[in-house]
Ligand binder design. Structure first.
Ligand code: GBH
Length: 446
């Protein structure tokens, strides 16, 4: 029982969730600055103004990475630092990322850059945001400039992080910035523009740096079979690639992103019957990429019912994390396998983790047994996917440190490192030392 020999272990973060320093070196406002400062939108009005202050404390994050012994770090570059209004280049915006990238490289850690993790410049939101196709063009321009700037230093990029969330939660459910609740054609326009952005970003990065490896980071409804029999497994697979299965936001669908990006068409569903989708657009979205990144947290349980796949409710007392998401380790096996069988590209888990009610105990340490237990369960299932033939390449834990958990603010702690938000000190949780032993043994100890 083992992981592939050259399997990569890493940790992940995102610009707005950790950086703070929202007014420094010419950074422009993003939709999340505005949304988090709007009363009632985030838990107790929390904002990313300071966050983990990583903008001034990257050395502390680096020390955390070195404690873990990981050789790979996934982090974001903020669009609004480089293009404050989305259109005008601000060279000063690169200084911080130059330092981050150089320190990572000096310490033997490979940078994996996420080009877009939800922080659209506010100025672009004011000209229609994702409803406007120009937003896609401008994001691709940013992607090209970043790849050009870091050519020779950064060779791994992710285009979009979870359009399912920044469009689904931001423009459909309204729980995330910019907090819109659209349906029909206007919502489809947002989705389609995000897909176009992906395709144009791949082109822009390839043009700037032909040797770069490019992927995406997708999320959405994961489905696992109630019982491990053929009928339930097929029901789970078919539910996982059905559109509109989530009760609150239809866009929480893996294949709404992966089908156009990797197969060149949208899912079969009336939502996508629209003249705005042209064959040229589909060709533009469908660019060759090098790997699929999956952000996996929890799945639905599915069985074969009389008239097709059915959701099975979680039984009373079903295990859940602090944020109340159900603990469904089998998704690391089934859902990576379903994705691999459908799209046939190498798979990375680009995010996986959980929030716990972490605190420093009387002894000053953070005893997060729940995190260790969760990870052990999830990683065993991921290993099982590899053993069954899925081309699994790596695992990035979400997250390196506790951080700004979007509308939940600082109330949810997803880190391997505890952040004391008064002093901004990072403290390794027990899970950090445990994860180090996983990294060192390539998972032999799981
Ligand atoms: C990721 O989003 C983000 O990329 C990251 O920035 C964030 O901090 C991290 O996860 C933790 O949230 O409707 O009950 O099935 C993942 C967000 C998680 C949103 C699962 C939808 C479904 C819950 N998704 N959630 S449920």
């Amino acid at each position: 029982m083992s992981f592939p020999k050259d399997f990569l272990w890493g940790a992940a973060s995102a610009a707005y969730q950790i950086e703070g320093a929202v007014d420094e070196d010419g950074r422009g406002k993003t939709v999340w600055d505005v949304f988090s400062h709007t009363p009632g939108k985030t838990f107790e009005g929390h904002t990313g103004d300071i966050a983990c202050d990583s903008y001034h404390r990257f050395e502390d994050d680096l020390a955390a990475l070195l404690t873990l012994g990981v050789k790979h770090y996934r982090f974001g570059i903020s669009w609004a630092r480089i293009y404050p209004d989305g259109r005008t280049l601000n060279e000063h915006g690169f200084a911080y990322y130059d330092k981050v990238v150089d320190l990572l490289l000096q310490n033997g850690i490979t940078p994996w850059v996420t080009l877009f993790h939800w922080d659209t410049p506010q100025a672009l939101e004011e000209t229609g945001g994702w409803q406007n196709r120009e937003t896609a063009t401008l994001l691709a321009q940013f992607a090209g400039v970043v790849a050009e700037h870091f050519r020779g230093r950064v060779s791994h990029y992710f285009t979009l992080n979870e359009p399912q969330c920044f469009i689904g939660l931001g423009y459909e459910a309204g729980w995330h910035a910019p907090g819109k609740a659209l349906t029909g054609e206007p919502l489809l326009a947002c989705w389609h523009n995000a897909m176009l952005a992906h395709g144009m970003m791949v082109q822009a990065v390839r043009k700037a740096d032909p040797s770069a490896q490019i992927g995406l980071a997708s999320c959405g409804l994961g489905c696992i079979p109630e019982n491990e029999n053929e009928a339930d497994i097929e029901a789970a697979r078919s539910a996982m690639f059905s559109f509109g299965m989530h009760p609150e936001f239809s866009l929480f669908s893996q294949n709404a992103f992966l089908d156009p990006a990797l197969l060149g068409h949208y899912p079969e569903h009336p939502f996508f019957d629209s003249p705005i989708i042209t064959a040229e657009d589909l060709a533009l979205i469908h660019q060759p990429i090098d790997f699929i990144g999956l952000n996996f947290y929890n799945a639905y349980i599915v069985r074969a019912g009389e008239s097709g796949p059915e959701h099975v409710s979680f039984h009373r007392g079903y295990p859940r994390t602090a944020i109340r998401w159900p603990i469904t380790p089998a998704m690391m096996y089934y859902c990576t396998k379903f994705v691999y069988e459908r799209y046939a590209l190498p798979v990375y888990i680009t995010e996986n983790g959980l929030s716990c009610n972490d605190k420093r105990y009387l002894d000053g340490k953070v005893h997060d047994l729940d995190r260790i237990d969760f990870l052990q369960r999830y990683l065993r299932e991921y290993r099982r996917a590899g053993e069954s033939g899925v081309d699994i390449r790596g695992y990035f834990h979400w997250s390196l440190t506790d951080n700004f958990e979007w509308s939940n603010g600082y109330e949810e702690r997803f880190g391997l490192f505890y952040v004391d938000y008064e002093t901004l000190e990072r403290h390794p949780k027990d899970s950090a030392f445990w994860y180090r032993s996983v990294v060192e043994s390539n998972g032999e100890n799981l």
